[in-house]
Design a protein around this ligand. Structure first.
Ligand code: PLP
Length: 461
């Protein structure tokens, strides 16, 4: 390597070392968020861009490093101002505090995950859950896998591989994130036989499709959309009767996993119990939609079919871990114990009285007005989300913030600490109060103020 001669630098002009910065109040939060390695790299880059030391050098370097690192590299809490209770982009259901505590407790030590405490032999991680799911759904047996898609994939693979599965054309849907029923069937090596038309399918259509290779009829909840008008579907009980006369299974993918009775908050959703009572042999649902737990896939129904699913090698690849099981178990206890459903945030949000939402908005509007931010309290229409009750709206209350730069405001709120996801409606930024969790009021106002009234110091008193 050629030797270069450099002009001697005066010690004062040389930029200070990075090490000292790592303990400064501006940089420590970056370390927590991004880790040592990335922060050091960013600080070095920042130093190259700002080689000139000066009285505010630390500040400039930290600020540059922060913008180089960017936001959102880590999972951080986000305030949900959309009114969509089960919001897939925001991690679906926030879980109950008791469920989170339980998962944390069990995660930090050893558990009887696969130990039978009575015999001392190998046990099954799913025994306790199975009892709860049986009580809540009336099923003979249950098995829990990693998510709803996995439950369906495992069932089709274990029970229908190499045979035919009959699906109504109106139900051969894409649920989101590329989860398409025809593709799941292909993956499971079952042959899709679609019957009827997009809008109308009759019992005779299913009957005509039956042959010795038929393994099952599959009913799928038409997540995220609704066909209206000239439509016809076969009632579940009649389809079950035909399936059993033909000696084939009736499988039902319910998506959202309603465990309690039908409620006003979730129109059009059928509980798992109802699906089984009307003759489905197996029903599938997600754990992090209306069940309100962490990610999981539930399969409930006939004991012999559940046993076949558990025996299949794919089960090993799709099984949930102890954290998921612990959170799910505690959440199911909330469903099964009178008075505890309110602990499940999804249900707390779905059932909150409108008057309470309105009062909360009024309090926020007053605090913002004190900072010079005009926010109007308005009635809104939110949604259950997670594919549940498609096309139905959920009355709510929220804030409407008329701002000339609404697109910029929406973006800036995502960069606030904590980030806030809001909606844009008819030329305004709109924030639905239903999905702002209890206890987030001060943080919400802080983030709103930092974007809408930075001159007022960012934080309301
Ligand atoms: C959400 C959904 C799924 C997928 O469940 P995941 O838990 O997201 O894997 C499958 N089917 C229906 C009808 C759904 O609504």
């Amino acid at each position: 390597m050629a030797k270069t001669t450099r002009a001697p630098e005066s010690p004062r002009a040389r930029p200070p070392a990075i090490g000292r910065l790592l303990t400064s109040g501006r940089v420590v939060p970056l370390l927590t968020l991004h880790g040592h390695q990335r922060v050091v790299v960013a600080l070095r880059q920042a130093r190259e861009q700002e080689p000139q030391a000066g009285p505010d050098w630390d500040e400039r370097i930290a600020e540059r490093a922060r913008s180089l690192l960017g936001p959102g590299r880590r999972l951080v809490p986000v305030i949900n101002g959309t009114g969509v209770v089960v919001h897939t982009n925001l991690g679906r259901a926030p879980i109950a505090a008791a469920a989170a505590r339980r998962a944390a407790e069990l995660a930090m030590g050893y558990t009887n995950l696969e130990l039978d405490l009575e015999s001392g032999g190998r046990g099954d991680r799913q025994d306790l859950l199975q009892d709860l799911l049986r009580d809540l759904t009336g099923a003979e047996a249950a098995v829990v896998v990693n998510n709803g898609a996995a439950a369906l994939l495992l069932a089709l693979t274990a029970l229908c591989s190499g045979r035919e599965v009959v699906v109504s054309r109106g139900e051969a849907v894409e649920i989101g994130g590329g989860f398409r029923i025809p593709e799941v069937l292909r993956l499971s090596r079952a042959k899709l036989v679609d019957v009827g038309t997009t809008n109308r399918t009759r019992l005779q259509d299913y009957q005509a499709a039956c042959n010795p290779k038929t393994a099952a009829f599959l009913r799928v909840h038409p997540s995220n959309f609704r066909i209206e008008g000239f439509t016809q579907t076969v009632p579940r009980a009649r389809l079950a009767e035909l399936a059993h006369r033909q000696g084939v299974l009736l499988l039902e993918d319910l998506g959202s996993g309603l465990l309690g009775p039908v409620t006003a908050a979730t129109p059009g959703e059928d509980p798992l119990r109802q699906s089984l009572a009307q003759g489905a042999d197996l029903a599938f649902a997600s754990g992090d939609k209306l069940v309100g737990a962490s990610q999981a896939g539930l399969a409930v129904g006939r004991a012999d079919q559940v046993a076949r699913m558990r025996r299949h090698p794919l089960f090993r690849a799709l099984r949930p871990d102890k954290l998921q099981l612990a959170a799910l178990e505690e959440t199911l206890l909330c469903h099964a114990t009178p008075g505890r459903l309110a602990e499940v945030p999804v249900w707390q949000m779905l059932r909150v009285p409108l008057a309470e939402l309105r009062r909360r908005c009024q309090a926020w509007a007053e605090r913002l007005a004190a900072l010079g931010v005009a926010a109007e309290v308005v009635p809104l229409r939110g949604a259950v989300g997670g594919g549940a009750s498609p096309g139905r709206e959920l009355s709510s209350w929220g804030l409407r913030i008329g701002h000339p730069g609404r697109r910029r405001v929406r973006q800036a709120l995502l960069g606030a600490d904590p980030p806030v996801l809001v909606l844009e409606r008819a030329g305004a930024v709109v924030l639905d109060a239903r999905t702002v969790l209890p206890g987030q009021d001060a943080e919400l106002l802080g983030s709103l103020a930092s974007v809408l009234a930075p001159a007022a110091g960012g934080r309301p008193s």
